[in-house]
Design a protein around this ligand. Structure first.
Ligand SMILES: Nc1ncnc2c1ncn2[C@@H]1O[C@H](COP(=O)(O)OP(=O)(O)OP(=O)(O)O)[C@@H](O)[C@H]1O
Length: 752
């Protein structure tokens, strides 16, 4: 059976043609002699290995047959086109091994785009010199005087043509275009052009455009020099080149299972097969201890986590692997993605059994508590009581009631439910404080409000009251449950997992981290943490080192955004500007260097006078998108809270636009969706409308009411992050509406 190698173009077919193309591939997998496939070479083609095959009367597949020294051929599928176009494309397509780095490329002998202004050969040594670069700056038709001519962007950064061609292996014309670019936009445009030709070169130039050095690009794409000169005409060299990490951004050798599924589904998800070398490395390389993968929204952290779970499961089918995250909706989505990546993966039915167990972190706590052997010991250690009811969760109002009944002596800056809840979750529980005396002595780093002994006593009065009431009620709260579970595990000396992988780690609270730490023994591949501190919309900033999770030196960041267009990304990053975020290692989180592989329309910003006008604008936008032919479920309207979600649903309905209100559970298909920004975490849509971005609605008055100064600061940070999360859900078109004054969290941009 021949080996089938896919390129991304094979996924761009629609309708009947798609069906026929996959039927063609299916036949090809059995034998290339199959009657009717008409696999034929093309006269006068630049690559003698190119073939066309008959998809139907009108369409032809263009493919390469690589025989090599093995018994079976490799078929590299380039794409499917109308007969005449296919012949033209086949004639000029060449599979070529990059002479600098051994990466496989599919190139067109005649460039599709007009040649860059400076196409004549340049001696690499000379190209690096200033005089040469100066000559090449001025395009013949640009009326720019030497005084006004802008300096090429890359020259200012000390990057020469030779760096791009001879060190990185970038095509000479593209490299010439890049070194001549006098603005970031012009440089990005060259990167876009490169991506249309050879994907890895597009990524390399995008990384350069975003500020990476030549060495950094070399490392990120694993572009070390080819050890031997590779000969493109040698089939075995081509087959070897397929394995280079950067080749795998544009070519995927499907294994039997993947191929069978792709044929069944008549497509394959790019994220399943075309990983960036960095993503592949983070998914596959074994680590000596906890590993943190950070990165902006849409950079593929979840994709890496899912690939890593599979890789660990494949390496040891008996391993007990936990994949978890903060909310149940997200855990369900992770499970669905894991099964999409690999339906044969063995899911564990219970925590602690071999296989991959996917569930929300609170369900993990509940599962541990259900089976814990020494619950009373854990209750004594954490809560200072002999027994705790672990099946029931404490009512949210208990803190308010405890504050009212025992908070008379509290200082003003500690007299709020959010303050007390945070003090309990960040200090009391993780330190297992069970007495007033212990609380007096506790260290309280990062808590803002200073508390002397008397003030601490006043806080403790409320904590004690809260605990007493919960005990009478027979309940524990959502912070206590993981604290107890962690203590129970520690007392049992048992580790229920061999590997724990956490998504959206920034939202986890200290006791949840303690639980994760207790689930898995410290050692190789114990914890893999995907997180983005700038997307923290729950909980408080946490420093992992305080909970036995030492990451030092095992932290990496992804920066290439696969989801959002450059326009939406710039807008979303603008939401973050002016605020400072601290990550789980207690260092400043940065958003510099994020870049997008895609371009699209500018975000639409629509301010109206009245709320009814805003609803009308929303209804018009959504109706317009549907009229343009978007699949309804790829359109989402996001709101700040549930009340507004109902309001928008009603407003759209009154204006003739049917939509589906999404809360917990699956989003469903067939209608545009309306959900809160919180619910939208981890999802993505083609077009997204952020409704209600007025100054009075965001920051939310409810979320910021009655807070102490430092709590308010953190709440405002979370509001900003929430808007960032919401804005980064759009793949293509982002729109924002408000009535009256707009929120100050929005970055400055033109109104439409
Ligand atoms: N190598 C890849 N090739 C193609 N698509 C990719 C690749 N990596 C990620 N993607 C796509 O990019 C999008 C974002 O990926 P993912 O959800 O993993 O990002 P994330 O960093 O977890 O985002 P967020 O923080 O917003 O949840 C998804 O549509 C995913 O399929």
């Amino acid at each position: 059976m021949p080996t089938i190698v896919m390129t991304p173009t094979m996924n761009k077919l629609d309708g009947t043609l798609k069906r026929k193309a996959w039927a063609f591939i299916e036949k090809l997998t059995t034998s290339d002699d199959t009657l009717g496939l008409h696999i034929e070479p093309i006269n006068n083609s630049v690559d003698s290995r190119v073939r066309t095959g008959r998809v139907d009367q009108q369409f032809r597949a263009v493919l390469f047959k690589i025989q090599g020294s093995g018994p079976e051929a490799y078929y590299v599928l380039h794409g499917v086109w109308n007969h005449d176009e296919a012949i033209e494309i086949a004639k000029k397509s060449r599979l070529s091994v990059n002479p600098v780095n051994g990466v496989l490329e599919l190139v067109q002998e005649e460039p599709v785009a007009p040649p860059a202004p400076r196409a004549e050969p340049v001696q690499p040594a000379l190209a690096a010199s200033v005089s040469d670069a100066e000559q090449s700056v001025v395009s013949p038709d640009a009326a720019i005087t030497p005084e006004t001519a802008a300096e090429p962007v890359l020259r200012a950064r000390g990057i020469s043509l030779a760096d791009l061609t001879d060190v990185l292996g970038i095509d000479r014309d593209l490299a010439a275009g890049a070194v001549e670019a006098t603005s970031d936009d012009a440089l990005s445009a060259v990167a876009d052009r490169a991506a249309d030709q050879v994907i890895w070169q597009g990524i390399a130039l995008l990384e350069i455009a975003a500020g990476s050095s030549v060495l950094e690009v070399q490392q990120s794409l694993e572009l070390e020099r080819a050890a031997v000169a590779l000969d493109s005409s040698d089939d075995d060299a081509v087959i070897a080149a397929l394995q280079r990490p950067a080749s795998r951004t544009g070519f995927s050798v499907l294994d039997d299972d993947e191929l069978r599924r792709a044929i069944e589904e008549k497509s394959f998800d790019a994220w399943r097969v075309f990983l960036h070398p960095e993503q592949r490395d983070y998914a596959e390389r074994r680590r000596l201890g906890p590993f943190r993968l950070s990165g902006g929204a849409g950079t593929g952290k979840t994709v890496v986590l899912i690939h890593r779970a599979r890789s660990l499961a494949r390496a040891n089918p008996d391993a007990r692997i936990l994949v978890t995250t903060y909310t149940r909706n997200l855990a369900d989505a992770l499970k669905a993605d894991l099964l999409r990546l690999d339906p044969s993966i063995v899911l564990a039915l219970k925590l602690g059994e071999p296989g991959v167990f996917v569930t929300g972190i609170d369900a993990v706590a509940a599962a541990v508590l259900r089976d814990a052997s020494d619950l009373s010991g854990a209750a004594r250690e954490v809560l200072g009581v002999d027994a705790a009811g672990v099946a029931k969760r404490t009512n949210k109002n208990e803190w308010t009631d405890a504050l009212e009944s025992a908070g008379q002596n509290l200082p003003t800056d500690a007299r709020s439910v959010p303050f007390l809840q945070a003090e309990y979750a960040l200090i009391v529980l993780p330190n297992r404080i069970t007495s007033r005396e212990e609380y007096w002595k506790a260290r309280r780093p990062g808590r803002g409000v200073k508390l002397d002994r008397a003030k601490r006593s006043a806080v403790w009065d409320v904590v004690e009251t809260y605990r007493r009431r919960s005990r009478l009620d027979g309940s524990i709260d959502f912070e206590e449950a993981p604290a107890l579970a962690a203590a129970a595990l520690e007392r049992s000396g048992q580790h229920l997992c061999d590997h724990v992988l956490v998504d959206e780690g920034q939202d986890l609270t200290p006791t949840r981290w303690q639980l994760l730490r207790a689930l898995v023994e410290s050692g190789p591949d114990d914890l893999f943490i995907a997180e983005d501190s700038q997307q923290r919309i729950y909980g408080r900033q946490v420093v992992l080192g305080r909970y036995g999770i030492g990451i030092v030196g095992r932290s990496r960041r992804l920066t290439l955004n696969y989801r959002t267009t450059a326009e939406n990304l710039a807008f979303a990053v603008g939401v973050l500007s002016g605020a400072s975020f601290t990550d789980v290692e207690n260092t400043e989180a940065v958003s510099a260097g994020y870049r997008s592989a895609r371009r699209g329309p500018e975000p639409l910003l629509i301010g109206t006078e009245t709320v009814s006008e805003e609803l009308q604008a929303a209804a018009d936008l959504v109706a317009g998108w549907l009229n343009d032919g978007l699949e309804p479920e790829t359109v989402a309207v996001l709101t700040r809270d549930q009340r507004q979600r109902h309001f928008v649903m009603e407003g759209l309905r009154e204006r003739g636009v049917q939509a589906r209100e999404v809360d917990a559970g699956e989003a469903g298909v067939g209608l545009p969706l309306v959900m809160t920004m919180h619910r939208a975490k981890g999802t993505e849509f083609s077009n997204v409308l952020l409704f209600g971005l007025g100054a009075r609605a965001m920051p939310s008055p409810v979320a910021t009411k009655g807070l102490t100064d430092s709590d308010l600061e953190d709440a405002l940070l979370r509001e900003r992050s929430l808007l960032y999360v919401a804005a980064t859900r759009a793949r293509d078109q982002l729109a924002c509406t408000w009535n009256g004054e707009r929120t100050r969290l929005l970055p400055e941009a033109a109104e439409h």
